[in-house]
Structure formats: C-alpha cells, structure tokens
Design a protein around this ligand. Structure first.
Ligand SMILES: NC(=O)c1ccc[n+]([C@@H]2O[C@H](COP(=O)([O-])OP(=O)(O)OC[C@H]3O[C@@H](n4cnc5c(N)ncnc54)[C@H](OP(=O)(O)O)[C@@H]3O)[C@@H](O)[C@H]2O)c1
Length: 243
C-alpha cells in the first residue's frame, strides 16, 4: 500500500509505541486518528506530530466509546479507513493468588475485547473498499513475545496475548479473500512506560526503541498488495546488554 494520504487508526496513541507508530505513519504521509483515554496526552502528541494527527478520545473497553470514536473518525475521513493498528494494551503482573478479578477484567477487556470492538467497526468499511478498488486495507495487532511463550507471574497477560494470536490468525484467514491483510506483531521488551504500570518491574534491561518497531510497522503497510506478512517477531539482540 502506498501510505500517502491514507487514513489510519492507531489505538493507544497517547504515549509509548502507539505514539511512535502515529509519528512514523504521519511522517510517511498518512492521516492518523490517534485513540486513547486522555485528551490531554493526545493533545500533547498532536503538538509533536502536527495536523495529520487527529486525537480521538476513546476507551477501547467500551462499545459505546468505540462506536462514538468511530463515528468521529468516519465523519472526518468520508467513511474511508485503510489501516487499523490495534496497539492499546496493558499488563498487570504478579503471583496468581495476588491477582484480583479487576486485574483479569482490565487486561482481557483492553487487550482482547478492545481489539474485537475496533476491528468489528472497521471491517465493513474495508470490505466495501475492496469491492470498489480490489484492496480493502490492513489490520495490525500488537501482541507480544508473551503471546508465544509463557512466563511466571504474567499469566493473565500471557492469556490475552496468546488469545490475540488466535484471534489474529482466524481474522487473517477470514479476511484475506476480502482484500484485507491481517498481521500479528510479537515484540519483546520495548522502552516505554509499559513496565512502570505492570506493578512488577521486569523485561530486558536492554530494550528496543519504539521507533524501531514503528519503522517495521511502516514496512508491513508498504508491502505489495498481494504480499502478506501475517506474523512477525521482534526482539532485542542482546536483552541483557553488552557486558
Ligand atoms: N513495552 C513493551 O515492552 C511491550 C512489549 C510487547 C508488547 N507490548 C504491547 O505494545 C502495546 C503498547 O504498549 P506500550 O509499551 O506503548 O505501553 P504504554 O506506554 O503503557 O502505552 C499504552 C497505550 O495504551 C493506551 N490505553 C490503555 N488502556 C486503554 C484503553 N482502555 N482505551 C484506549 N487506550 C488505552 C494508553 O493510553 P491511556 O492510558 O491514556 O488510555 C497508552 O496510549 C501494548 O499492547 C503492549 O501490550 C509492549
């Protein structure tokens, strides 16, 4: 896809990886609708990126909030949407007996239900685009290496990211003949605020930079319309750093 003047939605765009992806896509010529819960944080990202970043306040856990956000997006894009990056996500880590029901709910609702709600909202548009032009669009789901390998004390997060893998594979097979690409991305540790909010500091001490992941996302989007990278694993080469 030529990303120039394309309409993209990035969830969790108010900081971290989502902010980096938004910046890289905007720089490449896309119009980016950045979703997040904090209007203030989204505004500060707009100040950095510029006019091609359009902040949209949205809590991806709520169907009402997602539907309202999508109405705003479609009103501004004339109903066109070419790219959805399902990036919003969080982890709550700790021994299983210390995990509360709310820890389960917030992770499952954000990391899985949010992806379902945003995907469901854009797929009919992408199918219509395919019927008109022969290409529907591209959905990219940000999972994690934690969607491929289990680790102690991150069981709920593991469950959501393993779940996202299954959802992505099913979607990929379901939508490929509608001209819609689906890619699941599995990054290792990235230098963002993510680990500060897990309640259990972990991850590599030599993390990847979010802009490196964002450049890979741009490459995925720019591949030929008949070329689908359905899964990709990204890791720091030396997670413990060079001694
Ligand atoms: N950092 C890592 O090492 C790492 C590794 C592998 C995968 N990942 C995945 O990468 C993605 C991005 O994480 P990050 O590292 O950039 O974390 P981050 O810096 O904590 O950013 C998370 C983003 O998600 C948004 N978000 C959280 N809950 C939301 C909700 N209910 N509705 C809308 N937006 C919501 C946050 O904005 P608000 O709080 O303002 O809403 C924020 O913009 C996540 O899916 C994460 O699981 C991260």
């Amino acid at each position: 896809m030529n990303i120039q003047n394309r309409y993209a939605i990035v969830t969790g765009a108010s900081r971290g990886l989502g902010a980096s992806i938004s910046g890289v896509l905007a720089e490449a010529g896309a119009i980016v609708f950045g979703l997040g819960r904090s209007a203030e944080d989204l505004t500060s990202i707009k100040e950095k990126i510029g006019e091609s970043f359009r902040p949209v306040v949205c809590d991806v856990r709520s169907s009402d909030s997602v539907n309202r956000a999508m109405e705003q997006v479609f009103a501004q894009s004339g109903g066109q949407i070419d790219v959805l990056i399902n990036n919003a996500g969080l982890g709550k880590f700790g021994a299983i007996e210390q995990m509360a029901e709310e820890d389960w709910e917030v992770q499952v609702d954000t990391n899985l239900k949010g992806v379902f709600l945003c995907t469901k909202a854009v797929v009919p548009r992408m199918k219509r685009q395919n019927a008109k032009s022969g290409f529907g669009g591209h959905i990219i789901n940000i999972a994690s290496v934690a969607g491929l390998v289990g680790n102690p004390k991150i069981g709920i997060y593991n469950a959501t990211k393993f779940g996202l893998r299954g959802f992505s594979e099913s979607l990929m097979l379901e939508l490929r003949n509608d001209g819609i690409k689906v890619t699941c991305v599995y990054p290792g540790s990235i230098e963002t605020a993510f680990f500060n909010n897990t309640g259990f500091p972990s991850g590599s001490n030599h993390k990847m930079h979010p802009n490196e992941i964002a450049q890979t996302i741009l490459h995925l989007l720019q591949t030929h319309d008949n070329y689908l990278i359905s899964e990709i694993v990204l890791r720091p080469l030396r997670p413990k750093g060079v001694m």
